[in-house]
Design a protein around this ligand. Structure first.
Ligand code: C5P
Length: 242
């Protein structure tokens, strides 16, 4: 029987990704000062990247932390190939593309990133497919001409993502088990929409606690506002880590 020792109760700090959804360097530095001792990977999304550019990434790197660049590329294969090269040159640990951009586009992302990492002599960043945005329900999908249910569409796109050579997908807590069953154990599942038990859900609908998401089979969980907007972010992250 497994002992319920401290190590068992502790959350693996390498599995928690904190979303740095701010738009000023000062705010970024404040969060990194507070959180970098506890978190290894930080997510830089559109708000921060479009406000502060690659400088934001340089700052995260100064703290010796890894970056998940969440810009969800979705364009013609040639443009995505070049953008994947740029993301690779920026030295990120992980970036993502919309799986609905199709197999040719996803393969272009992998090829561009592979070419650039070989040139630089570095490891290729992990590349994830975004399947169905968690804000899309049946009706919203139908409006875009997709008649599959969100669950089936997630599975279709997760399969396509794997076949196209990507390393994993972004999936909500509700979809983790389905995707894991479909794609097997070596495929990364990164899960946003995670909320500690006592926190506000905000606009996230299908939530799970960090522990539940990991038990369901997520490899990484993404958590933003419950930590970054907390009165005491250090206390909050420490309580998540256990
Ligand atoms: O603040 P919160 O914990 O909701 O942040 C979740 C982060 O994950 C946000 O940066 C959001 O853009 C991102 N995300 C998401 N749902 C997806 C994909 C990304 O919430 N399906």
């Amino acid at each position: 029987m497994r002992k319920n020792n401290k190590r068992d109760r502790q959350m693996d700090k390498e599995k928690i990704i904190v979303a740095l959804d701010v738009n000023k360097i000062k705010e970024l530095e404040r969060l990194l000062d507070l959180l970098s001792p506890y978190v290894k990977v930080f997510k830089v999304g559109m708000e921060l990247f479009y406000s502060c550019g690659p400088k934001a990434l340089d700052i995260v790197k100064k703290y010796d932390r890894e970056i998940f660049l969440d810009l969800k590329f979705h364009d013609i294969p040639n443009t995505v190939r070049s953008s994947a090269k740029v993301a690779t040159r920026l030295g990120v640990f992980m970036f993502n593309v919309h799986a609905s951009g199709g197999s040719e586009m996803m393969k272009a992302a992998v090829e561009g990133s592979e070419e650039e990492s070989a040139k630089l002599g570095v490891d290729r960043p992990r590349i994830l497919g975004v399947t169905v945005l968690t804000s899309m329900d049946n009706a919203a999908l139908k409006q875009t001409g997709i008649n599959a249910s969100p669950e089936n569409q997630v599975l279709n796109l997760a399969r396509l993502t794997k076949e196209s050579g990507l390393d994993g997908v972004v999936a909500s807590p509700k979809e983790i088990s389905l995707v894991r069953k479909e794609t097997g154990k070596d495929f990364l599942i990164v899960t946003p929409g995670v909320r500690p038990e006592d926190s506000e859900k905000g606009d996230q609908k299908r939530t799970a606690t960090p522990k539940e998401a990991l038990e369901l089979g997520a490899d990484y969980i993404v958590i933003g506002r419950p930590v970054t907007k907390a009165e005491n972010p250090v206390k909050t992250i420490k309580s998540i880590l256990g």
